[in-house]
Design a protein around this ligand. Structure first.
Ligand SMILES: [Zn+2]
Length: 312
């Protein structure tokens, strides 16, 4: 997608505990100007909106800011309104973010789901920038997903596209997922899923993922077995997505991305996909780490602004 490298936008990453904001020129994050504030925990969304406006105003003192992009948990409709629940920010539900923040800032504001923003960030400025279609898989406490299809975010017909964590791995009713259903991919391949596998295999109810990785790095045979099974779990979901969507690449992000053995995962996925797609399996690690959502939101604002100007 065409991005205007002369234009500076602000990317805001709204999380449950903190809000991060920074200017981004074209696709380049000006990291020396990243600001972070604790997320207000009030029962209404006004304090969050006011704090976002204040952060943008501060950045605007030293930058000519053309637009703002916001990366947020929860589903966002095409009017920049929060629909459905919003993770650990209950007050955010139903907020007309675009309309309310534009009234405060007097510049265009664009709002997008955080997993979609992370995918867009890697696609525009990170590991996915050589591809037209890619799927970002964020392996954290849960699994986040963002699909870039022909240079655009695949939002779905009802703004719920990319919820890949809830693919069904099987129908044995073995593990309950956070969504209430049984045996979603997230219940196995996420950090929570990995921990569940470790506690089952190692008969140790107290083991956490850091201890597990420490044991793995010291050559513990049980830990090696658990990590191998976890790679199988990760591979199962990616193989299903490969067979159904055939993207050019999968980009892995999130806290667990560093624990993936990429040659091993690529091989496991190759073993599971249809023959015609085996030569094209391409799973790589993301580059932008925690900044992907902020950069993606800023890039999206830049591109959306350009397309609006063309339309006018
Ligand atoms: Zn689920």
């Amino acid at each position: 997608m065409p991005i205007n490298n002369e234009v500076t936008t602000v990317g805001i990453d709204l999380g449950g505990t903190k809000i991060a904001a920074a200017p981004v020129q074209g696709t380049t994050l000006i990291s020396s100007e990243i600001r972070k504030e604790p997320t207000p925990q009030a029962n209404n969304s006004e304090e969050i909106l006011d704090l976002m406006a204040k952060m943008v105003d501060e950045i605007s003192e030293t930058n000519e800011v053309a637009a703002v992009g916001i990366s947020t948990a929860g589903m966002v409709n095409d009017k920049g309104e929060m629909i459905g629940s919003c993770g650990n920010i209950p007050s955010w539900k139903g907020t007309k973010v675009k309309k309310e923040l534009e009234a405060k800032l007097k510049i265009p504001v664009f709002v997008e789901n955080d997993a979609n923003c992370a995918a867009y960030g890697e696609y525009m400025a990170g590991s996915g920038k050589d591809y037209k279609s890619m799927i970002m898989v964020t392996l954290g406490t849960g699994i986040g997903g963002g699909i870039i299809f022909n240079d655009q975010i695949w939002r779905g017909a009802h703004f719920g596209g990319g919820e890949i964590g809830h693919l069904k791995l099987h129908s044995n009713k073995t593990r309950r997922c956070t969504c209430g259903a049984w045996d979603c991919w997230e219940a196995y391949a996420s950090g929570t899923g990995l921990n569940n596998t470790a506690r089952t295999f190692m008969a140790n109810p107290n083991i956490d993922n850091y201890k597990l990785m420490e044991m793995y790095n010291h050559g513990d045979t049980d830990a090696i077995e658990v990590i191998s099974v976890w790679h199988d779990h990760v591979a199962q979901g990616i193989a299903t997505l490969t067979n159904s969507l055939d993207p050019e690449a999968f980009v892995i992000g999130g806290g667990l991305a560093q624990f993936i053995n990429y040659p091993k995962l690529n091989k496991k996925v190759k073993d599971k996909v249809v023959d015609a797609l085996k030569p094209f399996v391409n799973i790589i690690e993301g580059k932008l780490e925690n900044d992907s959502g902020m950069i993606g939101a800023a890039c999206l604002a830049n591109v959306e602004l350009a397309s609006q100007r063309v339309a006018v």
